[in-house]
Write a protein that binds this ligand. Sequence first.
Ligand code: AMP
Length: 196
Amino acid sequence: MPLIFLGPPGAGKGTQAEILAQQGPIPHISTGDILRKAITGSGGLRPIASETPLGIQAQAYVDAGELVPDHLIMAMMRERLSQSDTKLGWILDGFPRTVSQARGLDQLLSILNQPHPQVVYFYVDANVLVKRLLERGRKDDNEDSIRRRLEVYEAQTIPLIDFYQKRKCLLSINGNQSVAEVTNSLHLALQFPVSA
Ligand code: AMP
């Protein structure tokens, strides 16, 4: 089943996507990970420059906590969702992040003849998010970038909740809990999906 994990930075989308992907045949696709890899040539932790053209164009946006322009993201996703490991489904983490990306994804899925995804929304209190992000220590997890990413999330990504809720394909999960508790809630919700 194709899934979209939606929620603020620090909600645990990546952690949960990784756990779920390890249990089955569907890949975890994180736009942030793909971008960090394009920028540094690694997972984003090694400051070694082996930049690709995508990395060169994306770096300033990622460092500042701004969204990378849609045309770059859409081209990247078109390529990724065309790969052969996506046939049984996928878990998207960090994409779509705007209503225009969600519309772009709709078009892409019809071109690729892939089914519409179930959307899982992880809600988390703001103070929990900031604490988690500061503890994580990624290059873009400094206070300015965190503040900016949360602002961008509020302005650009929150409208997606409504967008998918209207389609009756949104499940909500309490992301304030521990990793194991969120995993449990997710399993239950996906086994017995009830639209929020
Ligand atoms: P993430 O790992 O999802 O927190 O993403 C890290 C950074 O990558 C974001 O702050 C953005 O700069 C960029 N990014 C990731 N996904 C997207 C997207 N779907 N659209 C635009 N920018 C993105």
